[in-house]
Design a protein around this ligand. Structure first.
Ligand SMILES: *Cc1c(COP(=O)(O)O)cnc(C)c1O
Length: 386
């Protein structure tokens, strides 16, 4: 089976991990700050805080913004469940903003409409909005950032798909329009640390809080303590934190992989360009390209014709799987998950995300996808569609 995504590990990556295994620290050593510094420098962000995974990153980002009971977080229904679940961990409510059918990202016009409706009906506005750069294509951050100023909410960019993407000439992670940006280093994403996540921010106070929350809410900084230190062993727990640390073993892998980011992105663009060319004559909607952005191309999603029945969508998907093509579907709209149904969401609530779901198929795209395997994908798709 040709998978839809796969990590690429080279000898440098292996050497980086082995070096840590031979060193003094397996966790809480020098590899974590080195990785953080490299990512912050690349993105042009002032701070980077690495954590166990992107789900933990989203959770801590919510806590750092003081999201809690009585508050609301809004995100896109076309995402992985973690983008919404983070609000629930913090005890806050979730709502969604429907997508733009072209970009497949949260639609800023829909966001404005929903914000104005809330204001008109005297209902609460969201405290946090989480735009998700679906498939690696950056959202319209200037528009969402302008709404954040007008309606006074904070922004966490879920850039799990968009490590290495650019928006307005700057890397995603620069946090030009957001308070925080989170990355995922899961093996199907652009670069991997096995498991891992990172939070970028230009607010140093938020970064210090995130570092504390990552490690039990504990500080060793006497300036933050409620009383004079008892001695050099002394620490204080200031609030309820977690063990969300990334081990040095994984930070070394992530750092080594991160140095390969430009070639990873370039290869994804070559693969996408070939799909663009060789699928152009088929009855498919191919990924859109937005001006002034560079996608990280985490996913390459094609959409069947609007009139396609659920039955035919499923048959095409299964035929491709049977032909050894590991197609996938990103995403089942989050609000249709039983957990969110139980919170009151229903089919029809976000019709554009639902319509997209009925037509979407993610094709294989990853650094190590060979020309021959891509030819097999294209041939199989051509056969099943004609
Ligand atoms: C993968 C992913 C996450 C979660 O990442 P983990 O590192 O696996 O926790 C969150 N949001 C989106 C959009 C993702 O694709």
């Amino acid at each position: 089976m040709i998978p839809y995504g796969r990590q690429s590990i080279n000898e440098d990556d292996i050497r980086a991990v082995v070096n840590v295994l031979r060193s003094e620290f397996l966790t809480q050593g020098p590899a974590v700050p080195a990785f953080e510094k490299a990512v912050a420098a690349f993105c042009g962000a002032e701070n980077a805080v690495v954590v166990a995974n992107a789900t933990a990153a989203l959770h801590l980002a919510c806590l750092a913004l003081d999201l809690g009971p009585g508050d609301e977080l809004w995100t896109s229904p076309n995402t992985f469940v973690a983008s919404a679940n983070c609000a629930r961990y913090a005890g806050a409510a979730v709502d969604f903003v429907d997508i733009d059918p072209l970009t497949l990202n949260m639609d800023p016009k829909e966001l404005r409409r929903k914000l104005e409706l809330r204001l008109r009906t005297g209902k609460a506005l969201p405290k946090v909005v989480v735009p998700v750069h679906f498939a690696g294509q950056p959202c319209d951050m200037a528009a969402i950032g302008a709404l954040a100023k007008e309606f006074r909410f904070s922004i966490i960019e879920d850039a799990s798909h968009a490590v290495g993407a650019h928006y307005g000439g700057k890397p995603v992670g620069a946090c030009v329009y957001s308070d925080l940006t989170i990355f995922s280093f899961h093996p199907v994403k652009i670069v991997t640390s096995g498991e891992g996540g990172m939070i970028l921010t230009n607010h140093s106070a938020l970064a210090r809080r995130l570092e504390r929350l990552r490690s039990h809410g504990i500080t060793r900084d006497p300036a933050l303590m409620t009383e004079a230190t008892h001695g050099s062993w002394y620490y204080q727990q200031l609030e309820l934190g977690f063990n969300y640390r990334l081990p040095d073993i994984l930070a070394a892998l992530g750092h080594s992989q991160f140095l390969r980011l430009p070639e990873m992105i370039q290869r994804r663009h070559e693969i996408a360009a070939r799909y663009d060319r060789e699928l152009a004559d088929l009855p498919l909607q191919l990924p859109s390209k937005e001006p002034d952005t560079v996608s990280a191309l985490h996913l390459y999603v094609v959409q069947l014709e609007k009139t396609t029945s659920a039955e035919r969508h499923r048959r095409i998907f299964e035929c491709l799987r049977e032909a050894g093509i590991g197609v996938n579907l990103h995403y089942i709209p989050v609000h249709l998950q039983p957990y969110y149904w139980n919170l009151g969401f229903r089919e029809g609530d976000f019709p554009k995300a639902e319509a997209y779901y009925r037509r979407a198929i993610s094709l294989p795209i990853y650094y190590g996808l060979s020309e021959a395997d891509q030819s097999r994908v294209i041939a199989a798709l051509r056969k099943v569609l004609t």
